[in-house]
Design a protein. Structure first.
Length: 65
């Protein structure tokens, strides 16, 4: 499937939330072994929130755009 020119940037808010999700996953992957259980639980919860936000924006669009 060929991507249209500039398509990646048409939904700036989605891109920002995706970037935040990727940064969070990388941070957790690097530090999970040394994180206290409460911090790890919060990191998992935040991961779920970010994933839900990405899914919502991708399906419904971004009303802030």
């Amino acid at each position: 499937m060929k991507r249209r020119e500039g398509e990646r940037r048409q939904n700036r808010h989605l891109r920002e939330v995706l970037d935040e999700l990727v940064d969070h996953v990388r941070n957790v992957a690097r530090n999970a072994r040394t994180m206290p259980p409460a911090e790890l639980a919060y990191a998992e919860q935040r991961l779920e929130w970010l994933a839900e936000e990405v899914w919502r924006i991708a399906l419904e669009g971004d009303e802030t755009a």
